[in-house]
Design a protein around this ligand. Structure first.
Ligand SMILES: C[S@@+](CC[C@H](N)C(=O)[O-])C[C@H]1O[C@@H](n2cnc3c(N)ncnc32)[C@H](O)[C@@H]1O
Length: 200
């Protein structure tokens, strides 16, 4: 792929910024919305549980999670996406059941063992250091807490069984992976993973 196309795709989807980033946010809200919601359904947040969403982008899944959990925290390095997500979840932000801040998988800004669920959709391929990312997610989950990860299979940086091994290396247990076909003729297959922080 030539450099300017790679740069445009990064501005639209990878690290959304500027006009292209806002356009990318609309495309992702439409195209990735079903997967974002399906991942929340797998994690089944309930009652007063706290959910941490890594890279929520335009916030479709984050909003859906906020309708089901006690508190949802979104961390994303993109100012444009935090703004879009904030608009989508304005009522929940005002009610303080959604918090949004700048961060990344490797630096979430969360206290240790402070969340019940971590969700991450379509951003593991962007983590600069996956070992550091998985280690951070183990650190912030309470013992027994769960991680649900999804990514377009074609964009996975490594095959999903290797990703599962990396999650285990970082301290996750009961790691399962599978693929899921989102609805729509053009939708690409998602590779998904569920794992738990071992109970103490
Ligand atoms: C392809 S978009 C996916 C957004 C949304 N989850 C979806 O599936 O539509 C990638 C998102 O991850 C964010 N991101 C990029 N690098 C990240 C990192 N290292 N950690 C967490 N999020 C990251 C981007 O800013 C962007 O919002």
């Amino acid at each position: 792929m030539n450099t300017s196309l790679t740069d445009m795709l990064d501005r639209a989807f990878g690290h959304p910024r500027g006009l292209l980033g806002r356009f990318g946010g609309s495309v992702m809200a439409y195209g990735n919305g079903p997967t974002e919601r399906q991942v929340v359904d797998i994690a089944k947040p309930a009652g007063e549980e706290t959910v941490l969403v890594i890279g929520p982008g335009p916030g479709v899944g984050l909003r859906y999670a906020a309708e089901r959990a006690g508190l949802v925290i979104g961390v994303d390095p993109s100012a444009e996406m935090l703004e879009t997500c904030g608009r989508r979840c304005a009522d929940a932000v005002a009610a303080q059941t959604v918090r949004l801040r700048t961060g990344s998988a490797a630096a979430t800004g969360q206290e240790p063992a402070s969340v019940d669920i971590v969700l991450t959709v379509n951003n593991v391929q962007l983590w600069q250091d996956r070992a550091a990312g998985f280690a951070e997610l183990v650190r912030v989950l309470r013992p027994g807490g769960r991680l649900v990860l999804s990514a377009h299979e074609k964009w996975l940086p490594v095959p999903r069984h290797v990703l599962a091994g990396e999650a285990e290396e970082a301290g996750f247990a009961d790691v399962q992976t599978w693929t899921w076909q989102p609805p729509g003729a053009l939708a690409s297959t998602a590779a998904q993973l569920r794992a738990y922080r071992p109970a103490d």
